[in-house]
Design a protein around this ligand. Structure first.
Ligand code: UD1
Ligand code: CA
Length: 422
């Protein structure tokens, strides 16, 4: 049987450096709250309990995470007096003080399952009472430094503000992820003092106390600059976002998709794009989108969540697609809005085609059949159905429920039948 592991995620801080009313951990990275990345990584680990320390904006944080139901628990840190204080405020929920606890910061989204499993493994293999996940970075500024002795043993974690100039030169930093033996941790937490520059109770100060007590403390350098990143400011957030987009562009290039200008293309990490598709610059593709093979997307295209663009379709300039399916070989090449629609194969949506999907309170669906030809500037007021091979004249307004049967041609405002398509 695997020894039980509890997880504690620190998310009570306001995030002063964000300069925001929104709690820091709820700031979005590619549309997903920072803390959700942390929770998702941990859920994959399959642990015993996941406890989140909340404080600033508690109700907002709880609400944002309500979808996790009873898979997570919350504990309140009344005043945000530092990371050590935050952990100590969870002491009451860990009544059984045997076993280990994995402690994570809610603002470090890139420490994935693989890294965390490796940290846990190393912790157990080494027989340590405390294990720190560390990283060697070119730019250590802002992070706690791992101070080691001549034999490479860990001595302390020194926060930037309290570090000597020599210590600031250390390139090994604290990721903010640790595995602690609970009984050791909670014993020394009572001893730390807030006698540092920030006047906070630092979790990092427990390390020196543990070492003084003769505990085995290790730091495992298992991550790189990108994965270790803690998001403290909006600059950090933007940097992380851009790093994800760059990574995605490279991944697509390697998988057989031409991304014409990676620096100017913004594709969310989970998007799939088929081989030989070409993505032109200034394309913005949100999460939960699927694009087939041989498509041409962009320039200046916005594809939003829940869209599926099938093989060989073309979505061109100033087109927005959301929650829609666009069939094989269909063209929507200019200035269109396609929302909540199902467009068949080999259809053509002329410049300026608009699905008016929202009536002010509800969204409605538009269905466009295979081979349909939608004339320029047609407005389709949903719910509405355009039959297979049907056609609309330029400037038509198709009223709601005024469905166009297969092969018929409608035109005018409001549109009426004017003939059959050859
Ligand atoms: C912390 C570490 C630093 C490490 C860095 C990694 C300390 C003292 N420093 O610094 O060594 O290199 O993370 O990213 O731990 N929080 C609370 N309650 C509080 C204070 C903070 O829950 O009273 C939460 C925050 O919401 C945040 C996490 O703890 O999610 C980390 O706090 P933050 O202020 O971001 O710490 P750093 O200065 O980044
Ligand atoms: Ca941080």
């Amino acid at each position: 049987m695997k020894p039980s592991l509890d997880v504690l995620i620190l998310a009570a801080g306001r995030g002063t450096r964000m300069n925001s009313e929104l709690p820091k951990v709820l700031h979005l990275l590619q549309g997903v709250a920072l803390i959700q990345y942390v929770i998702e990584s941990v859920l994959e680990l399959g642990v015993n309990r996941i406890v989140i320390v909340v404080g600033y904006g508690e109700s907002e944080v709880r609400k944002a995470l309500s979808k996790y139901g009873d898979r997570i628990e919350f504990v309140r840190q009344e005043k945000q007096l530092g990371t050590g204080h935050a952990v100590n405020s969870a002491a009451k929920v860990f009544k059984e003080k045997f076993g280990d606890v994995l402690i994570l910061a809610g603002d470090a989204p890139f420490l994935g399952k693989k890294i965390l499993s490796e940290l846990i493994l190393q912790h157990r293999k080494s027989g340590s009472q405390a294990s720190i996940l560390s990283a060697r970075v070119v730019e250590p500024k802002g992070y706690g430094r791992i101070v080691r002795n001549l034999k490479d043993g860990v001595l302390a974690i020194r926060e930037e503000l309290d570090a000597s100039s020599d210590e600031r030169g250390i390139s090994e930093i604290n990721s903010g992820a640790y595995v602690f033996n609970k009984s050791h941790l909670f014993r020394v937490l009572g001893k730390i003092k807030a006698t540092n520059k920030k006047g906070e109770y630092y979790l990092t100060d427990t390390i020196e106390f543990l070492i003084r007590e003769g505990a085995v403390v290790s730091a495992f350098c298992l991550v790189g600059e990108e994965e270790v990143m803690g998001i403290n400011s909006r600059k950090d957030l933007v940097k992380a976002n851009l790093a994800l987009y760059q990574k995605k562009a490279v991944e697509l290039l390697e998988s057989g998709v031409t991304v014409m200008s990676p620096e100017n293309t913004f594709i969310a990490s989970d998007v799939t794009v088929g081989q030989d598709s070409i993505i032109y610059p200034f394309t913005y593709i949100e999460r939960n989108v699927k694009i087939g093979k041989g498509c041409r997307i962009g320039p200046f295209t916005h594809i939003r969540e829940g869209s599926h663009i099938e093989d060989k379709a073309q979505i061109g300039s100033f087109v927005e697609v959301v929650r829609s399916r666009v069939g094989k070989g269909t063209n929507i090449k200019h200035l269109s809005y396609v929302g909540d629609a199902r467009v068949g194969a080999k259809a053509n949506l002329g410049a300026g085609t608009i699905t008016a999907n929202y009536d002010g309170s509800k969204k409605h669906k538009t269905i466009i059949g295979d081979g349909a030809f939608i004339g320029s500037n047609t407005v389709l007021i949903a719910p509405v159905k355009v039959g297979k091979n049907a056609k609309t004249g330029a400037g038509s307004v198709i009223l709601a429920d005024n469905n166009i049967p297969n092969g018929q041609v409608f035109a005018g405002v409001p549109a009426k039948k004017i003939g059959n398509r050859k």
